[in-house]
Design a protein around this ligand. Structure first.
Ligand code: SF4
Length: 296
């Protein structure tokens, strides 16, 4: 009886933790309303949890959601060893796309400071003409997890910091729901300067700037990367498959595990897709041995 009660208590605790994390990053628009997965709501009721507050409204679950099964936290998966870093000469880019000042300093593993110094007051592509600030990246230079986005928006351009606008606030909630703080991880973009009117980066701009992204990843050597949106995923993977098909499946970038998922800006426009993005992030949590409380 006692062990049964303890197990029931643990299951209840895991359901509550999963619910808390899911709701944490579903909150939007200043708390105007919360979106709550109907499956979680049903499970919460079945577990006799308190009713959600009136401001919470259910939305349909993803149709293919498997039957709920409590999953124990898995031990941390040991990722494949990263290959020995080659001298940093801007890999996988044409000579034309390389910075005009030559290879980056730092030997086998440059530091982020060295890469930033090499970037300088960059004029390597036409995005330099409209920018207010270069948005290099921010976070832990030894992060185990790196988020890569597309490019700076207006708020990021003004502040010189990635993901600080509305999409950035959602990304922060996603990160915190995973059990991290923003300072724990590293965030950067494919292009470091804001495209005018937030248009998509053009191929020549991506070619000119992505060597610095690759150098950043070489400097940090994370265990996993989350590619946010099609530009980040397609650029790093050299794969033009749509993000709707890339997302949710582990890939590999230079020996580093890479999870493609939706960009937070897209999730703001299509909030019903948040459930899929959360499932992608739960895979990343499992990779790092973080409890997900996932049932499925
Ligand atoms: S987007 Fe990149 S390559 Fe282009 S000017 Fe800015 S820093 Fe330089």
């Amino acid at each position: 009886m006692v062990s049964e009660a303890l197990e029931t208590s643990q299951v209840l605790s895991e359901v509550l933790e999963d619910l808390r994390r899911h709701l944490l990053w579903q909150e939007e628009d200043g708390g105007r309303f919360l979106q709550m997965d109907a499956r979680l709501a049903a499970e919460a009721r079945a577990m006799r949890l308190p009713r959600p507050p009136a401001a919470v409204r259910p939305v349909p679950s993803a149709p293919a959601s498997p039957a709920p099964v409590v999953e124990r936290p898995a031990p941390a998966r040991v990722p494949p060893p990263a290959p020995v870093a080659a001298p940093l000469v801007l890999p996988n880019v044409s000579a034309q796309a390389r910075p005009s000042t030559g290879p980056l300093p730092g030997g086998e593993r440059p530091t982020l400071d060295e890469i930033r110094r090499e970037l300088g007051d960059c004029r390597r592509c036409k995005l330099c003409t409209g920018r207010k600030n270069i948005v290099f990246g921010s976070g832990n230079p030894r992060a185990e997890l790196v988020f890569v986005g597309e490019g700076p928006g207006e708020s990021e351009d003004l502040q010189g910091v990635p993901f600080v606008g509305a999409a950035g606030q959602l990304l922060t909630k996603m990160i915190e729901a995973m059990g991290y703080r923003r300072d724990d991880i590293y965030i950067c973009n494919v292009v470091k300067c804001r495209p005018p009117s937030n248009r998509n980066p053009e191929p020549d701009e991506v070619s000119a700037c992505e060597p610095f992204l690759r150098a950043q990843l070489k400097a940090i050597q994370p265990k996993a990367i989350v590619a946010l949106g099609k530009f980040a995923a397609q650029t790093l993977l050299r794969d033009s498959t749509p993000i709707t098909r890339l997302r949710g499946t582990w890939r590999e970038y230079e020996g580093i595990q890479l999870m493609p998922t939706f960009h937070p800006a897209y999730l703001l426009r299509q909030p019903a897709e948040k459930r899929k993005a959360w499932e992608d992030l739960q895979q990343v949590m499992k990779f790092f041995g973080k409890p997900t409380g996932q049932r499925g």
